[in-house]
Ligand binder design. Structure first.
Ligand SMILES: [Ca+2]
Ligand SMILES: [Ca+2]
Ligand SMILES: [Ca+2]
Length: 110
């Protein structure tokens, strides 16, 4: 069985930068979404769908100009989460705090 992940939204509870972060996400190491300006208390509505076969990784980064981009964390999403409704996992790297909401559902076979 193959499942798919629908990424619903990313909530920012605490930015990495002073002021807004410029965030983007990778899925299984490839670019998925961004760059999005987001402030503490802000929400980024995603609506992105990706297939998941077994397990998949999602990484969150903050883009910076004067130094290296910051890796704010990597989570693992599993096909076994299918049908469990709205799920969330957090990214806590570099003292930032983000919450990613997603659903895992059976993939359309047609
Ligand atoms: Ca930064
Ligand atoms: Ca930044
Ligand atoms: Ca940096």
């Amino acid at each position: 069985m193959t499942a798919e992940v629908k990424f619903v939204r990313l909530e920012c509870l605490e930015t990495e930068d002073n002021g807004a972060d410029e965030v983007y996400m990778h899925y299984n190491g490839g670019f998925m979404a961004g760059i999005q300006d987001i402030e503490t208390g802000g929400t980024w509505n995603l609506g992105v769908v990706r297939n998941v076969d077994g397990e998949a990784t999602v990484s969150l980064f903050d883009e910076d100009d004067i130094d290296e981009d910051d890796h704010l964390g990597t989570i693992i999403i599993s096909e076994s989460e299918v049908g469990l409704g709205l799920r969330s996992q957090s990214f806590n790297g570099d003292d930032a705090n983000y919450l990613l909401f997603y659903r895992v559902r059976p993939a359309d076979n047609d």
